[in-house]
Design a protein around this ligand. Structure first.
Ligand code: ATP
Ligand code: MG
Length: 588
């Protein structure tokens, strides 16, 4: 680019100089020749005028021989040829030839002009001297008539020699000027293109990534070039600041990711590893697929981590934007959180190892289950003996035994609940799935609570849609589910009503248990399905609640492939909504 620009400017100058030089030569030379001849003519006229009186004197005297020698004398002094011609064209005297030998000159154009009374000139070939000549003829008059014609001429050969010298001089001058101009143009072109060339070099340096490149102009540097240099420097500075900032942020991010103790991986659209931290590298290595040295970059995720659940999980993350689930990798269990970065088409996954937590949880569950099992037999024995004692008890004893009986029953309930729950959680329960008529289940459950509701002065009713489809499920478990919900509704409602509403659309059945009780504050709603979770501990203790009921309900709903939801606000009553699929073959 530097060169093309230089050659463009330089060739431009060259062209201009050549054209100008040619034009100068082409226009000056003919003009010079013309003015030179005009000058010469004037000189010839002047010469003619200077000898006019002498010639007239000779003619008046009729001394033609004298005239001829006078003319020859004058002609010898200069390089001009002088001829005196009579009005009839006869040559009276000539500075070069013998007039008697010369032919009649009346037809010569300059003579004819002079005969017409004016000074005339002509540039032509002379047949007398056999050369090209410039002629100037002047009439000499006396009393209105022409006495003779005085003709002065100059050899063109001389003019040509003069003109040639002149031409050579002009060409030399023009050539020297052109040469100087060319050198000046060369220097000028270099002055213009040099900084631009430097600019280009600097821009290329920046393009190659040398962002600390700056343009320093030599000399004062003003005008466009300075503005350009300043703008360039400002741009490079901003670019550098931006890149610095960006790389600092990147470093920070990389350090953050690296310092995470949980494995993290970023994968692209094709599920290939883009970025990962040491913890992830270790996890992938533990599986044996990769050695210490091999990198995971650009490796498909299913090669880096072999788990059948991983790819479906990533696909879910991509669909929903984010996802979370437990995934077993090798002998460990991880809670994986995935996020989809739509703009980049990338997915980030963090693996949180919960193996130990799960193990502890399992130990806890096993302990609870074992204890419950161990308690059931002695409790049954105690209950049996209490009943025997009850029959023989008298007075105060009756009250003591009544209290013992109630507490033992409560304890038995808890043990039963715990065993049910662990059975459901482990998936060990053998559910008896069959076509269930939900209408019967609802009315049976409601009947159980008739007296209890009446005791508290509550309205208890069921609104079941006619002609409901039957659902595939375990009738006993479904009743247990309803019993728990109605029990809660009555327990946590002091006045008003408890209603069970059942309806169905094509795909699912909807069972609602509504009450007008104390409600559940929003911040507790997500936790009430956890084991042993109670909202108001003192109230639960009073009413004998242990916080196991809703856990059982939730597991029964899940067993049937359904879902449970709660809507409530403090004091505004509570509604539990259960949705069960109709045409689904439930698991179990
Ligand atoms: N209908 C309701 N109205 C208000 N609060 C409720 C209702 N149902 C449940 N709760 C709240 O949710 C908590 C958990 O209910 P859950 O049935 O699991 O336990 P519980 O009723 O306390 O004891 P139990 O194991 O005997 O059922 C209850 O302690 C109660 O605070
Ligand atoms: Mg309950």
């Amino acid at each position: 680019m530097k060169h093309t620009l230089f050659s463009k400017i330089y060739l431009g100058y060259l062209f201009l100089i050549v054209i100008l030089s040619t034009l100068i030569i082409a226009f000056t030379l003919p003009g010079m020749k013309k003015s030179y001849i005009a000058n010469l003519k004037e000189e010839l006229v002047f010469l003619a005028q200077s000898i006019e009186d002498d010639v007239t004197a000779y003619i008046d005297r009729g001394d033609y021989a004298g005239l001829d020698s006078f003319v020859k004398e004058v002609g010898r002094r200069g390089r001009q040829r002088i001829t005196v011609i009579a009005p009839d064209g006869t040559v009276l005297a000539d500075s070069r030839e013998d007039p008697s030998t010369m032919e009649n000159h009346s037809r010569r154009p300059e003579v004819q002009g002079a005969l017409a009374g004016r000074i005339a000139s002509s540039l032509r070939y002379s047949s007398t001297v056999k050369e090209e000549m410039l002629y100037v003829a002047m009439p000499i008059e006396d009393g209105g008539h022409i006495v003779c014609i005085l003709r002065v001429s100059f050899f063109l050969k001389d003019i040509r020699v003069l003109l040639d010298t002149l031409r050579r001089d002009i060409v030399t001058i023009v050539a020297v000027v052109a040469l100087v101009a060319l050198i000046a143009a060369l220097l000028l072109s270099r002055t213009i293109t040099k900084p631009i060339g430097d600019f280009v070099d600097k821009v290329n340096l920046v393009a190659e990534g040398n962002l600390d490149t700056r343009i320093i102009l030599k000399g004062k540097g003003e005008g466009e070039l300075k503005v350009l240099a300043d703008s360039f420097n400002a741009m490079a500075e901003r670019l550098q600041a931006l890149v610095d900032d960006l790389s600092a942020k990147r470093d920070e991010l990389e350090n953050t990711i690296a310092s995470l103790s949980d494995p993290l991986v970023l994968i692209d659209e094709e599920m290939k590893v883009v970025l990962y931290n040491d913890a992830f590298g270790e996890l992938a290595r533990k599986e044996g697929a990769y050695t210490q040295s091999s990198t995971l970059d650009k490796k498909p995720i299913w090669e880096a981590l072999r788990s059948p659940d991983l790819v479906p999980f990533i696909e879910r993350t991509k669909e929903d934007g984010r996802a979370k689930r437990e995934i077993a990798i090798d002998s460990s269990i991880f809670v994986c959180s995935g996020g989809f970065i739509a703009a980049a088409g990338e997915t980030v996954i963090i693996f949180h190892d919960v193996t130990e937590l799960k193990r502890l949880e399992q130990i806890k569950k096993d302990f609870v289950t074992n204890v419950s099992h161990e308690l059931r037999t002695p409790l049954t024995v105690i209950q049996g003996y209490i009943e025997t004692l009850e029959e023989e008890a008298v007075g105060e004893q009756k009250r003591y035994i009544e209290v013992m009986k109630r507490h033992t029953a409560n304890l038995m309930n808890i043990v039963e609940d715990l065993l049910t729950l662990s059975g459901l959680e482990e998936g060990k329960v053998t559910a008896n799935f069959a076509d269930v008529d939900i209408r019967t289940v609802v009315s049976d459950a409601v009947e159980l609570f008739r007296s209890k509701a009446a005791e508290k002065g509550l309205v208890l009713d069921a609104d079941v849609a006619p002609r409901l489809p039957s659902i595939h499920g375990d009738a006993m478990r479904l009743e247990q589910m309803l019993i728990n919900l109605i029990d809660n509704a009555i327990r946590y409602t002091d006045r008003g009503s408890v209603r069970i509403v059942v309806g169905a659309d094509g795909e699912s059945m909807r069972i609602e248990v509504r009450d007008t009780g104390i409600g559940i504050p929003r911040n507790h709603q997500s936790r009430i399905f956890e084991r042993f979770y109670v909202v108001d501990k003192s109230r639960s203790r009073e009413s004998g609640g242990t916080g196991l009921g809703l856990s059982i309900v939730k597991h029964i709903v899940l067993l049937h492939g359904g879902s449970i939801d709660v809507r409530s606000g403090p004091g505004g009553g509570t509604t539990f909504v259960i949705t069960l699929p109709i045409s689904r073959t439930p698991r179990g």
